[in-house]
Design a protein around this ligand. Structure first.
Ligand code: URA
Ligand code: CA
Length: 445
C-alpha cells in the first residue's frame, strides 16, 4: 500500500473542531461522539490538524482507551475516509483477515475452498513486512501471476471465478494509513481500540458481508499474549456487530510455524499439498485444521454449509484445487509451472543439539531466519527473494535425536546464512515428552 498523502490547506484555522479540546477531552478520559471523531479525523486528513496534535491524541487514547461505541464510531469514520467497495451484487461476498503469522498459508487454500462452495472472495491483500509473509508476495512466486487488477477486472473476475485478489489500494480507508504511520513513529501502535478500528476499517471499506478473523497469539504473532489476543478478537467482533457485518473470530496458536514451509514459493507448494488432500497427517495437519475451521465459519455464517464435513469434502475431492487453478489462470499465472516453482538452489540444515521431545520451535525466530536469507522486508518497498525459506521436518511433540535436521534452509550461495543460523540458535527446545496443544483455541461469534 502506498502511503496516502495529506492534502495541505493554506488556512489551518479553517476547521470546525478545536484539536486541543479533543486532546484534552481524551486526556481526561472522556468518550468522543461520532461527530467529534469525524471532524477531528477529517480535519487531519485535510491537513488542518497537525501531526503532533494527532500524536498527542493517540497517546491519550493509548492510556485512556475507548468505549465500544467510540471504537465502532472511529472505525466507521476511518472506513468513510475514502472509497468503499460495493460487493453487494456478488454472491455471498466474504473476506478473511489474519493478524499475521509465520508459515501461514491459509488464504491460498481458504479462498478457493470457500469459492468452490458458493462464496465470493474479492479481496485486497497486503505484502509482507518484518518476519511475516504476505499473500500477494507468495502468489507472485507463480510465473505470470499479476496482483494489480483494475477495479473493473477485479469485479469481473470475482463474478466469473469467485475469487480475485489484488494489492491493497490507497483509496481504502486512507485515514487509517495516515494514523498508522503516525502510530508507528510515536510508540502508539499497542492499543486494542486503535488496532481493532484500524483492521476493521479496511474490512468495512472492502465491502464483504461475512468476515472471518484469524487472531493469532504466541511467539510468532503480533499479539504475544493470549489475553491480549482474546481482547482484540472480542473488540473486532463487537465492531462488526455494531456495523452490521457478520464477524467471527478464530483464535489460533502461533508459537511454532503453522505449516511446514516458511518462504514464499515453498509456502505455495505447501498450499498445493493441502489443496491436493496430501496433508492428512504429520506436519501439515495444523495448517489444514485452521483452513477448515476458517472456511467453515465463513460458509456457515453465509448460510452455505451446515457441517464441517461438507467443507472437508470440497478439499478432498479436488473442487478446491480446481478452483485454485482457475483463479491463478485468471490472474495470468502459469498453472503448468505450479509444481516447478523456482526455489533457491542451495541447502543447509538446522539440527537438534539434544535428543528427546521437541518442546518449542520459536516461530518468530524461524521467520527472522528466512528474512535474513532474503525472504523478508525491513521496510515497505524492499525487494525480496521469493525462492528462499525453510522447510521444517518436525513439529512440537515429535521425538528427535541430536544431530537430526529440524529444518532444511533454502539459500542462495550462502547469502544471509550465517545470520539465519544465528537467529535459529536456541530457537528450538528439546526435553521430556509433552502433548501439543490443539492449534485452534476457540471461536468467538
Ligand atoms: N494491523 C493493522 O492493520 N493495524 C494495526 O493497527 C495493527 C495491525
Ligand atoms: Ca506454510
Amino acid at each position: 500500500m502506498t502511503k496516502p498523502e495529506r492534502v495541505k490547506t493554506a488556512d489551518v484555522h479553517a476547521v470546525d473542531v478545536n484539536p486541543v479540546d479533543v486532546i484534552l477531552a481524551k486526556r481526561r478520559g472522556e468518550a468522543h461522539d461520532r461527530a467529534a471523531l469525524d471532524a477531528f479525523i477529517g480535519a487531519y486528513q485535510r491537513g488542518a490538524v497537525a501531526d503532533y496534535q494527532v500524536a498527542a491524541w493517540l497517546m491519550a487514547v493509548v492510556w485512556r482507551g475507548m468505549s465500544d461505541a467510540e471504537t465502532a464510531d472511529l472505525t466507521q469514520v476511518l472506513a468513510d475516509s475514502g472509497e468503499r467497495l460495493d460487493l453487494a451484487g456478488l454472491p455471498h461476498p466474504v473476506d478473511k483477515h489474519s493478524t499475521g503469522g509465520v508459515g501461514d498459508t491459509t488464504t491460498l487454500v481458504v479462498a478457493p475452498l470457500v469459492a468452490a462452495l458458493g462464496a465470493t472472495v474479492a479481496k485486497l491483500s497486503g505484502r509482507g513486512l518484518g518476519h511475516s509473509g504476505g499473500t500477494i508476495d507468495k502468489l507472485e512466486s507463480i510465473p505470470g501471476f499479476g496482483a494489480t487488477l483494475s477495479r473493473e477486472a477485479f469485479l469481473r473476475q470475482a463474478r466469473e471465478v469467485g475469487i480475485a485478489v489484488t494489492g491493497q489500494s490507497a483509496d481504502l480507508a486512507p485515514a487509517d494509513g495516515l494514523l498508522y504511520a503516525l502510530r508507528d513513529a510515536t510508540g502508539t501502535v499497542e492499543s486494542i481500540p486503535l488496532i481493532a478500528s484500524s483492521i476493521m476499517s479496511k474490512k468495512l471499506a472492502g465491502g464483504a458481508k461475512h468476515l472471518v478473523l484469524d487472531v493469532k497469539s504466541g511467539s510468532g504473532a503480533f499479539m504475544k499474549s493470549d489475553d491480549d489476543a482474546r481482547e482484540l478478537a472480542r473488540a473486532m467482533v463487537r465492531i462488526g456487530q455494531r456495523a452490521g457485518l457478520a464477524v467471527r473470530a478464530v483464535r489460533s496458536r502461533m508459537d511454532e510455524p503453522l505449516g511446514r514451509a516458511v518462504g514464499h514459493a515453498l509456502e505455495v507448494n505447501e498450499a498445493l499439498a493441502v489443496l491436493r488432500g496430501d496433508a492428512r497427517g504429520g506436519a501439515q495437519n495444523a495448517l489444514r485444521e485452521v483452513v477448515v475451521v476458517l472456511a467453515f465459519e465463513l460458509l456457515e455464517s453465509a448460510g452455505l454449509v451446515s457441517g464441517r464435513a461438507e467443507v472437508e469434502a470440497a478439499l478432498d475431492d479436488g473442487r478446491a484445487l480446481t478452483r485454485f487453478e482457475r483463479w491463478i489462470d485468471a490472474q495470468g499465472g502459469d498453472v503448468s509451472q505450479l509444481d516447478r516453482l523456482e526455489v533457491a538452489p542451495d541447502r543447509a540444515t538446522w539440527t537438534a543439539s539434544a535428543s528427546g521431545t521437541l518442546r518449542r520451535i520459536d516461530a518468530e525466530r524461524v521467520g527472522v531466519a528466512v528474512s535474513r536469507l532474503g525472504g523478508g522486508r525491513a521496510k515497505k518497498g524492499d525487494a525480496i527473494d521469493l525462492g528462499v525459506g525453510a522447510v521444517l521436518h518436525a513439529r512440537v511433540g515429535d521425538e528427535i535425536a541430536a544431530g537430526d535436521a529440524i529444518a532444511t534452509l533454502y539459500h542462495r550461495g550462502g547469502r544471509g546464512l550465517e545470520g539465519a543460523l544465528a537467529a535459529l540458535a536456541g530457537a528450538a527446545e528439546v526435553g521430556p515428552p509433552l502433548t501439543p496443544e490443539p492449534v485452534v483455541i476457540e471461536v468467538l461469534r
